[in-house]
Ligand binder design. Structure first.
Ligand code: XMP
Length: 583
């Protein structure tokens, strides 16, 4: 079987590369940086991924450099581009501005992986601080961007190609073509498919579960439902027991709807556990986002254990099933060199320990969202279920920001203000916890589209850009001390229901978190709402969606009618530099 190997330097995107290669029909494998060059000889091509380190840092991860001598085609991406340049005698320097997000790339020579590109210029996705300043002997510069004059190189003789941007990301227009051409250069046979995945996974589930049964946590979301359906296909419905926990952080009326639709797809053994009170009391007085996630993850497990006990499930006869998909593992710092962006509820330490003991089964953990949807459709799940927007495991708890006091100052900058709160973002593959910036600007997408990245690319205090959409003129702001309470969640549920209804026909929206933030505008003790419609394909990167202004302004007016809401914002940041969720 022909395979491409991806050497993982800790990129959030290494598995996305693997996914793309599979989409192009070729088996792919991810290996860490300590793989010896002699082991690489079995592969048809080598892709060296991005990563959070800087090549000039003496502690940065290293490869066995003889890989450049074995004669297998190599594609270096982002950090892999810089690493290759430096390893072969080029020079990499700290960039002046860095590039985070969309940028325009110009092809200067149509050779190597660019040989089938027809246009001169393409939109690409980049996320880096450092840039290549000198290429090694034998290499040619084959493309550039405004801020990076050596953003792609080629050595046709040695079949080594490098790009600073990310071809694996959906928003890189020419990305699939580049990867496809790389596969062509490697001469690999294309024989991977989702049908093949199903038959291989059904066999592997049976082998792992053996004569046991599976106790599966379902949330009604795409991932856990598809994982359930695959387990049920492999083992039969009688051997998979589904449990749904109502945490209190679900959408308005969601539990009842989910019960209906899970029963519709034939989940017979469904247990619903009401645990709202327990979750709220465990989270009393907590405001730090990672702490919130950890408490929720632990509580989930405690409840699942209690229910298992109540139901008399002998741990020797049962495995715990989870609908984990690949991005969950990566963002929790799951591969060797990856930075930890956030802890997903299915990757808390106790679960990690159970994984080590072989007590967990996660049949779709290697897949990305779009593959999970395709798999769901192949397994016969109804379209409205397969195409639901993703929703985080910890639910609205993630989207309800808490604060004790001001975090920084409300500060005037040219064309807007820095807000005295912080939220999580991801820049250059690292987790950031930085301020949002509210832009004073007209509601004009043409302007906003370019201003937004220029702000996050130049001011390192900022990882998000917002515009106010209800017409409130901001004069002063303050932070309202707030934690997770049933009242705040009820308020967020109201807002979320209005937003979901307003965007239900917007096909370009892939997901739309509605966020409650403890920011009081022109008043004391109030809060604000942020809407975050994004377009994405696999959640690793996303663009903010440009909804029609008329619709947005009407929605904002409706949201302002919710008790205690003092302003409504629209998040106009891509991922990176921001994440999709706010927390
Ligand atoms: P971010 O915010 O990192 O989110 O851009 C990427 C995708 O992951 C979803 N998400 C989660 N899904 N458990 C999940 O099952 C979680 O704890 C979790 N946190 C974020 C998020 O909604 C988005 O689609």
């Amino acid at each position: 079987m022909d395979k491409i190997v991806i050497i993982d330097f800790g990129s959030q995107l290494a598995h996305l590369i693997a996914d793309r290669i599979r989409r192009l029909g070729v088996y792919s494998e991810i290996r860490s940086t300590d793989i010896p060059a002699s082991d690489l000889k079995q592969y048809k091509g080598i892709i060296i991924s991005g990563g959070p380190a800087s090549v000039n840092d003496p502690k940065s991860p290293q490869l066995d450099r003889t890989i450049y001598e074995i004669g297998i085609p190599i594609l270096g991406i982002c950090y892999g581009h810089q690493y290759t340049m430096r390893a072969l005698g080029g020079r990499v320097a700290k960039g002046v501005v860095g590039e985070y997000g969309l940028t325009q790339f110009t092809v200067t020579k149509n050779i190597g992986v660019f040989k089938h590109l027809e246009k001169k210029s393409y939109q690409v996705y980049a996320s880096h601080f450092d840039t290549v300043e000198k290429v090694p002997e034998g290499f040619e510069v084959v493309g550039e961007t405004r801020d990076d004059k050596m953003s792609a190189t080629a050595n046709e003789l040695r079949k080594i190609y490098t790009v600073q941007f990310h071809p694996e990301v959906a928003h890189t227009e020419c990305g699939m073509k580049i990867l496809d051409t790389f596969i062509e250069i490697t001469g690999s046979k294309r024989d991977w498919s989702i049908e093949k995945f199903i038959s291989e996974e059904v066999a592997s589930i049976n082998k792992k579960v053996d004569s046991k049964k599976v106790f599966m946590l379902v949330s009604g979301g795409v991932d856990s439902t598809v994982a359930y359906a695959l387990l049920a296909k492999a083992l039969g419905e009688d051997r998979v027991y589904a449990m749904y926990v109502d945490t209190g952080f679900m959408r308005k009326n969601e539990t009842a709807q989910i019960k209906k639709s899970l029963e519709k797809i034939g989940i017979k053994n469904l247990h619903i556990e009401h645990a709202e009170k327990e979750f709220f009391s465990a989270l009393k007085g907590i405001y730090e986002p990672e702490q919130k996630r950890k408490i929720i993850g632990d509580k989930f497990l405690e409840i699942q254990r209690n229910v298992a006990q109540k139901l008399n499930l002998n741990p020797d006869e049962w495995l715990l099933g989870q609908g984990t998909i690949y991005p969950d593992t990566i963002e929790s710092g799951g591969t060797r060199n990856a930075d930890k962006i956030k802890t997903h509820h299915n990757r808390v330490p106790e679960i990690e320990e159970m994984i080590r003991q072989g007590k967990i089964i996660e049949p779709i953990k290697e897949l990305y969202k779009d593959e999970v949807r395709e798999l769901g459709a192949q397994l016969g799940l109804p379209e409205e279920m397969v195409n639901r927007h993703p929703f985080p495991g910890p639910g609205l708890a993630v989207r309800c920001l808490c604060a004790e006091k001001e975090d920084g100052k409300y500060e005037k900058l040219p064309n807007g203000h820095l807000l005295p709160i912080k939220s999580v973002g991801v820049q250059g593959d690292e987790r950031t916890y930085r301020h949002p910036f509210v832009l004073d600007s007209a509601h004009d997408w043409n302007k906003l589209r370019t201003i937004s990245p220029s702000i996050t690319n130049t001011d390192s205090r900022i990882n998000r850009v917002l515009v106010e959409i209800s017409g409130v003129k901001i004069e002063k702001v303050s932070i309202t001390q707030s934690y997770l309470t049933p009242e705040r969640i009820a308020k967020l549920q109201e807002a979320d229901a209005l937003v979901m209804d307003a965007i239900k026909d917007e096909k370009s929206v892939w997901q739309c978190p509605t966020v409650l933030i403890p920011l009081s505008v022109n008043a004391e003790g109030q809060e604000s709402i942020v809407i975050r419609p994004v377009s994405s394909q696999e959640a690793m990167t996303a663009n903010f969606t440009e909804l029609p202004w008329e619709k947005v302004e009407k929605l904002a007016k409706d949201l302002m009618k919710i008790h205690g809401i003092s302003a409504v914002f629209y998040d106009i940041t891509n991922k990176p530099p921001a994440t999709i969720e706010w927390e």
